[in-house]
Write a protein that binds this ligand. Structure first.
Ligand SMILES: [Zn+2]
Length: 398
């Protein structure tokens, strides 16, 4: 018996076999294959600083319309992020508004390809209509200045997840890599999480401390997300999840978006970072030299990213699959997703996954490892959709 996905694929094959000639539009090509939903894309920084035209595809951009099309992306969370360093909380709130505006204006310039997505159904609609649904995820609780009122305004603008903290700059939640805040979630932090449940905005614990992770799971009625991290049992990075955390995530119904950042995936690779000292020195110089010409800066930085790869190589794509497999073994296949973090980590990425257009390589690597089509579909986006729907159901009940 054909399952639904196989039916979709064979229907598409049938339609294209008797469909329009080469000069006509490909409207009859129904989407087939799994929903592909990326939990964390950092391209907004390029939209803000370089005014990147999403219809163009310069070599240095990892996510643009041509590459998203090539990779088969249906939906993705664009990260609304600015570092809290050197910024007051109020300036961070302003940044959240500004970056959100830039993303929405960008989407509006490409209505044939993109739309602002705010519901789980929008992800499904994106696939059905052959468009890409762009969701908004704010990265860092500093961007609400501890205010539930600001939180609600960001929800109204379309934000559907909030990363509770970035690097140690949120007064109500502990961060994974810095010890200058509270250890876990404060009482005010719990209030914020409860308000997020009520609204239908998911909590992202990607940069949070282990204590904050457990506190949030205890507080949240809705599934939580960890939009871009990996497994500590495979690579010992401070932000990676222990097996106990993976089990708690499964209990909660949440999803880990396995990050592609190779520094989180491979300890030996990260151990070679000191060899990049000279390139990093050049990077700092280039940043200074081209600070007023962001496009040129991106081109120069790209050359240094290539130099990184020439110096310390890149882990094989199978290393990323190791993390996906480990998370699936410990938490269960229903709790694993993808959070690329593209456009934020340079070329510190697994070989063969240098931009979003190369996603078919990842699908092939998962299948090679023995993942069934159904399991690949869950990892690609099915699980995110399921968690999103649960969060919406929690909000609808409250
Ligand atoms: Zn991040």
């Amino acid at each position: 018996m054909l399952n639904r996905r196989e039916f979709g694929a064979s229907a598409a094959a049938l339609l294209s076999a008797c469909g329009p000639g080469p000069d006509q539009s490909s409207e009859s090509e129904q989407p087939s294959g799994p929903l592909y939903f990326d939990l964390h894309i950092d391209t907004p920084s390029r939209l803000v600083s370089e005014s990147l035209n999403m219809a163009e595809s310069p070599e240095y951009s990892q996510v643009d319309i041509p590459k998203m099309r090539q990779g088969g992306l249906n939906a993705g969370f664009f990260a609304v992020f600015s570092s809290a360093r050197n910024k007051t909380p109020l300036e961070s709130v302003k940044d959240a508004l500004l970056i959100t505006d830039v993303i929405v204006e960008t989407i509006n310039r490409h209505p044939e390809d993109l739309f602002l997505a705010t519901t789980s159904d929008d992800a499904v609609r994106a696939q059905r209509e052959g468009k890409i649904g762009i969701f908004l995820g704010v990265e860092g609780g500093h961007m609400i200045d501890s205010s539930v009122e600001v939180l609600r305004q960001l929800y109204r603008l379309g934000t559907r997840y909030l990363g509770l903290t970035h690097s140690g700059n949120t007064p109500w939640v502990g961060a994974a890599e810095y010890a200058d805040g509270p250890e876990g979630l404060t009482e005010h932090g719990k209030e914020i999480v409860r308000e997020m449940n009520r609204l239908g905005m998911m909590a992202d614990l990607s940069h949070a401390s282990e204590r904050a992770f457990y506190d949030t799971i205890e507080t949240s009625e809705a599934p939580i997300l960890n939009t871009h991290a990996a497994c500590k049992a495979v690579a010992n990075h401070a932000r990676n999840l222990t097996d106990d955390m993976l089990k708690a995530l499964a209990q909660n119904g949440g999803v880990l978006g396995v990050a592609y950042y190779a520094g989180m995936l491979d300890d030996d690779y990260r151990g070679r970072f000191p060899e990049l000292r000279e390139i990093n020195r050049q990077r700092a110089a280039v940043r200074k030299d081209f600070k007023d010409d962001r496009k040129r800066l991106s081109e120069e930085l790209w050359k240094l990213n290539l130099a990184d790869v020439a110096t310390i190589g890149a882990p094989p794509l199978s290393r990323l699959v190791d993390h996906i497999e480990h998370a699936a073994t410990v938490a269960g296949i229903d709790h694993v997703g993808l959070g690329s973090d593209f456009d934020s980590v340079g070329l510190k990425l697994p070989a063969g996954l240098e931009h979003i257009g190369k996603t078919p390589n990842l699908i092939a690597a998962m299948k090679e490892r023995g993942f069934s089509d159904e399991d690949v579909g869950k990892v690609m986006g099915g699980n995110v959709l399921r968690a999103f729907r649960q969060a919406e159901a929690v909000a609808a009940q409250s």
